[in-house]
Design a protein around this ligand. Structure first.
Ligand code: ADP
Ligand code: MG
Length: 326
């Protein structure tokens, strides 16, 4: 199983940021409201994720580290989710095959915590008692220590950190109710406190995109026929410089889409021609109206009624801009 896991790891685990993505998604799936991320040397030395989610029961711990042991295959509907994410139930097994991984967890029903780690080439899992509050901690040490070719592909600590930081921004902007922290080499570098109000969300936006962006951002909030668009766009008046704050989410997933880009550019065509306009926008629509599995890695989507979605976005942005004028 070691080799199969390492091959699977090639798809799941490209670099520290992809490990963190998988682990944090698990924490969020487990209902965590707080996720603390700790890394050393850009994540190549240590990746540690602690959450306050549901935890994993002692008898499930070893299973969680084995391949295709997902507990999330509840209904046929989930098959859609599986297709769209490309794989399911192999993240922990894959990561543990290319690092020294320990999983420590406690459920609310248990009075004590347990820790599991995979040992040796047959990946036999050992479980022993530990101390931990309700929730889980996954610790992956020495990523790719046993796959030197892949380890050589890692970039500098700074570059790997930047990938992690950028991924965290993406998730922090859309999971606003979650408290995220990030520590690098012992120093707290990000602290996204839960954003329960617009004011608190603007503070989070300032952390991600800078004070200038958040102070002049225009609110977008528009719904029509089952489509809803909310978030913030750059004001054309205060700031005519390009912004690299460009985040568009469809039903909570970050998307890079030409149709969306086109609608944004068109909305700003008069005020800011040629400028990269900044935005953080969430589009919500009936999941049956969109295919998200076009290309998971490239964040592409396909809207069934693409013209309609395009025009809705355009109008929502135009109305936010017009309101700002008056
Ligand atoms: P998947 O997320 O696709 O189910 P993973 O390999 O990522 O597969 O995780 C395997 C299983 O381990 C999950 O289905 C879940 O039951 C459990 N698990 C992993 N991480 C956590 C966590 N942080 N909190 C609670 N359960 C977890
Ligand atoms: Mg997972």
């Amino acid at each position: 199983p070691q080799l199969a896991n390492q091959i699977a790891a090639g798809e799941v685990v490209e670099r520290p940021a992809s490990v963190i993505k998988e682990l944090v998604e698990n924490s969020l799936d487990a209902g965590a409201t707080r996720v603390d991320i700790e890394i050393e040397k850009g994540g190549s030395k240590l990746i540690k994720i602690q959450d306050n989610g549901s935890g994993i029961a002692k008898e499930q711990l070893a299973l969680a580290l084995s391949r295709h042991a997902t507990s999330k295959l509840a209904s046929l509907d989930d098959l859609d989710a599986i297709l769209s994410f490309g794989f399911r139930g192999e993240a922990l097994a894959s990561i543990s095959s290319v690092s020294r991984l320990t999983l420590t967890s406690r459920t609310a029903e248990q009075t004590e915590a347990w820790q599991a780690y995979a040992e040796g080439s047959d990946m036999a899992v050992k479980v022993m008692p530990a101390a931990h509050p309700v929730g889980s901690t996954v610790e992956a040490v020495d990523l790719f220590f046993n796959t030197p070719a892949r380890r050589r592909f890692l970039k500098s600590d700074k570059t790997e950190f930047t990938h992690i930081d950028e991924w965290l921004k993406r998730i922090a902007l859309v999971r606003k109710e979650i408290h995220f922290t990030l520590k690098h080499n012992g120093k707290m570098v990000r602290n996204y406190r839960p954003a329960m109000s617009d004011t608190q969300y603007l503070q989070r936006l300032a952390q991600v995109s800078g004070k200038q962006f958040s102070e002049q951002a225009l609110r977008v909030d528009c719904s029509h026929n089952g489509l809803q668009l909310s978030g913030y766009i750059q004001s054309p008046h205060f700031d005519a410089t390009s912004s690299d704050t460009q985040y568009f989410y469809v039903n909570g997933r970050l998307v890079r889409d030409r149709l969306v880009n086109h609608a944004v550019r068109q909305a700003f065509a008069q005020q800011l021609a040629g400028v990269q306009v900044g935005y953080v926008l969430m589009l919500t629509l009936d999941p049956h109206q969109v295919d998200v599995n076009v290309h998971p890695a490239k964040h592409e989507v396909r809207f069934h009624e693409s013209r309609y979605v395009h025009d809705f976005i355009l109008q929502a942005l135009q109305s936010a801009l017009t309101q700002a004028e008056s």
